[in-house]
Design a protein. Sequence first.
Length: 341
Amino acid sequence: MNRMYRYILPETQRTLEYWRQTAEQIPDIELKKQALASISGKAFHCIGGAVYAAVNLEVRHTLIQLIVAYQTISDYLDNLCDRSTSLDPEDFRLLHQSMLDAVNPEAEPVHYYALREEQEDGGYLLQLVETCQSCIRKLPGYEAAMPYILDLARLYTDLQVYKHIKPELREAALMDWWHLHKERTPELRWNEFAAATGSTLGVFMLFQAATDPHLTDAGAAIIHRSYFPHVCSLHILLDYLIDQHEDRIGGDLNFCNYYEDTETMLNRLVLIADRARTDVSSVVGSSFHRMIIEGLLALYLSDPKVREQQEVYLVSKRLMKKSPLMRLFFRVNSRWIRRHL
């Protein structure tokens, strides 16, 4: 936390401010609106991701730039698709090609807005992609990490396509997609698998691992397995847990709404959290990854939106019951950071 407060938070906030100022220059009104909203409303995603830059301060500048740029693409496109003037799956796939290009330093960027009405972003999305590519070229172990990062990025892209199409089509599309992949995560329900594909944490950890010139394919594979699916699923299910009310208002899909009842949802969250702890126990630096899990629980369950939803508040109280000191520490810190954003 000393590293976070002294080095990571200030630089992350400066980087976010740079992208906010860049977004201010977007000519198209709708694209500008969604770009600015993604930065103002989802800055915590970038701050949470930037914790991976605290592992090795010598490479923090590269990792912070990379993580913030990649997460900003994710948040911007999520906003753009959630409030889209289009319901064309090919439009969503082309937009998210930017996330695949961003993690492939040899990819040639394309016109990502070609299938939608709004097109003039003043080079905003292209600059985000090129920033990612430029940072990745500085990671000496990226060749080993890249196949596993691309796997997660492809799953993320598929999810974003299927979850944003016409509401009457999306559940069937998501179920069909899950049937193609369910052997990878046989212990997860379809909504939990989908949640796992929506997390960027596995990508960020692999970015961090790629700062090691001695990273091997076997080492990258272990990291991939340790994060996907359980750590990633827990991450996004907690995000959806606290967003249930606003998602109902916005008509957005929420994976926590597919449990039979509150008790089932609580039991599944506890199970996935326990599996996540087991998964990271065999990874080098397991205490750091355990900290990530406890930090996720503290971060999301300390959100002000929790107290505004009675059911979510009750689930939160039970999940935080008998919390270890580490989680309680992060809960206090999460509240402090929110007040100073």
